[in-house]
Design a protein around this ligand. Structure first.
Ligand code: DHB
Length: 302
C-alpha cells in the first residue's frame, strides 16, 4: 500500500495537493466544498488590513496556456474575515491563511490575527505581480523578505510560508533570506507579470494593463525555481504553477517539492482535480516501487 501523506514542517497533510490562494478560498462554503473533494490543504484568499474592492473589470482573461488576472487584491479585510473562519470548524484538513501587507508591521499583525482565528499556518503573499506597495517592492528584496519573515515569526507559533516570485532577481537569494528570517518553508512561484493586448481595440485587455500569468505556461519556470530552491535550502518547498495532472505533480516532487498547489486547473478541470491527481500519483508510485512521497522527492536533484 502506498502512502501519499506528506509533511511540511509540522503540518501533516493527507495528500500533497493544496488549493492555491485566490481560488475558492474566500468563503467558508467554498472551502468546505474543496475539503470534501479531496484536497490535502487549503490556502485562503489573500487578506489585508482593510476591505478592498479590487479593480474594475476586466480583471481576468484566458490567454495562451493559462490565465492572466489582475484582481487588485479584493478582500473583506481581516476583521470581517473572522466570520468566514468561524464557520469552517468541521473542515478536517489544514487551512493556511494568506496575508498581504505594506510592511513587516502589517504582516505581523495580520499573521497574529490569523493564528487567533485558529488557522493552521500562514502564507505570506510577498509577491503580488502588480499591486503597488503590496507586491514586488517587498518580495524582490532579500533584506525586506528576511525582516518580514522575522517579525511574523516573532508573533506567531504556527508555521510561516512566504510565497516567492520569479519576477525579479534570483529566487534562490530571496529563498535564502526567507530561511534566514526563520521561514518554515517556501512556496514557489507566484504568478508572472504579463500582458495581453486586444489587437482590435489596440490596447491592453485588463483594466490594470499588467496582470499575473498562471497556468500551464508558467510550469517550466516554476519547476526550475523549485529545483534550484530545493538544492540550496534546508526548509521544505511547496511547488505551484500549472499543476493540472498527476504527471505535473510527480514532476514537481521529483524536483524537490513536498507538496503542490493547484489553482488555474480548478477552473479547467473542476474540483475533481485533487482526487484525480492523487489517484494517478498512487498508481505511478506502485508501478515504480515507491511507498511514500519521501521515496521519490528530489530524485531529479541527484
Ligand atoms: C492578484 C494577486 C496575486 O498575488 C496574484 O498572483 C495575481 C493577482 C490580485 O489580487 O490581483
Amino acid at each position: 500500500m502506498v502512502n501519499i501523506g506528506t509533511r511540511i514542517s509540522e503540518l501533516k497533510l493527507r495528500n500533497p495537493t493544496i488549493l492555491a490562494s485566490g481560488i475558492l478560498g474566500e468563503t467558508s462554503g467554498s472551502m468546505k466544498r474543496v475539503a470534501s473533494c479531496g484536497a490535502g490543504a487549503i490556502v485562503t484568499k489573500s487578506i489585508g488590513m482593510k476591505p478592498r474592492e479590487g479593480y474594475p473589470n476586466p480583471t481576468a482573461v484566458e490567454i495562451e496556456c493559462g490565465i492572466l488576472n489582475s484582481m487588485g487584491l479584493p478582500n473583506p479585510g481581516i476583521e470581517e474575515f473572522k466570520k468566514e473562519i468561524d464557520e469552517i470548524d468541521e473542515i478536517d484538513i489544514p487551512v493556511i491563511g494568506s496575508i498581504f501587507g505594506k510592511d513587516e508591521k502589517e504582516f505581523a499583525f495580520l499573521a497574529k490575527k490569523m493564528e487567533e482565528y485558529g488557522l493552521d499556518a500562514i502564507e505570506l503573499n510577498l509577491s503580488c505581480p502588480h499591486a503597488r506597495g503590496y507586491g514586488l517592492e517587498i518580495g524582490s528584496s532579500p533584506d525586506i523578505v528576511r525582516e518580514v519573515v522575522r517579525e511574523v515569526k516573532k508573533k506567531v507559533s504556527i508555521p510561516v510560508f512566504p510565497k516567492l516570485s520569479a519576477n525579479a532577481g534570483d529566487i534562490v537569494d530571496i529563498g535564502k533570506a526567507a530561511e534566514e528570517g526563520g521561514a518554515d518553508g517556501v512556496v514557489a512561484i507566484n504568478s508572472l507579470r504579463a500582458m495581453k493586448i486586444d489587437i482590435h481595440l489596440k490596447k491592453p485587455i485588463l483594466y490594470n494593463r499588467v496582470g499575473g500569468y498562471s497556468g500551464k505556461g508558467i510550469k517550466p519556470v516554476a519547476v526550475r525555481c523549485v529545483y534550484e530552491l530545493s538544492r540550496e535550502l534546508d526548509i521544505p518547498v511547496i511547488g505551484v504553477g500549472g499543476v493540472e495532472t498527476w504527471e505535473d505533480a510527480v514532476e514537481y516532487i521529483l524536483a524537490g517539492a513536498c507538496a503542490v498547489q493547484i489553482g488555474a486547473a480548478v477552473y479547467y478541470r473542476g474540483l475533481s482535480v485533487f482526487a484525480e491527481i492523487c489517484e494517478g500519483m498512487k498508481r505511478w508510485m506502485e508501478e515504480n516501487g515507491f511507498e511514500s512521497i519521501e521515496d521519490f522527492r528530489g530524485v531529479a536533484l541527484k
